[in-house]
Design a protein. Structure first.
Length: 147
């Protein structure tokens, strides 16, 4: 006969299993959000495609290392991956966003307006920056004044 403690343990184990299955669905959601195949995703976090398939299908529980690797490689919040609470991705600071923008520009070999504009900004003197700031302030004022 099952004791009350046994029943509580069974319920706790079942709830844990359901939460793990939800985590596996979140792992799949990250992969699909990134537009990667199972093989590509697995390669990025040093897993076999077969093991990733088992994670996504709920037949394996991800290790702490696997969870950490997913979070690091794809910028996923660990709390979201484990529990589903909060935002999926870590929000970058403004400095990180600027750094990522500039990194993307340097990788791009095409002669885009963005690239030419940033190159022009890089060549400005301190006096040019002051002039540009005044012009930007005037444009902002005009925009705020117009209906």
């Amino acid at each position: 006969m099952l004791t009350q403690l046994d029943l509580r343990n069974i319920i706790r184990i079942e709830e844990n299993r359901k939460e793990v299955n939800k985590m596996n669905a979140r792992i799949e959601a990250v992969r699909k959000h990134e537009g990667l195949t199972q093989e590509q995703f697995a390669d990025r976090i040093n897993l076999s495609r077969n093991y990733l398939w088992m994670l996504e299908n709920g037949s394996r529980t991800p290790s702490d290392r696997t969870i950490s690797d997913i979070c690091r490689e794809f910028g996923v919040r660990e709390a979201w991956l484990r529990t589903g609470e909060g935002e999926m991705f870590v929000q970058d600071t403004q400095s990180e966003q600027v750094a990522a923008f500039l990194a993307d520009l340097t990788k791009d070999d095409s002669d885009t307006f963005k690239k030419r504009f940033v190159e022009m900004l890089a060549g400005l003197s301190p006096a040019d920056w002051e002039l540009l700031e005044r012009m930007a302030e005037k444009l902002t004022q005009k925009k705020e004044e117009s209906p």
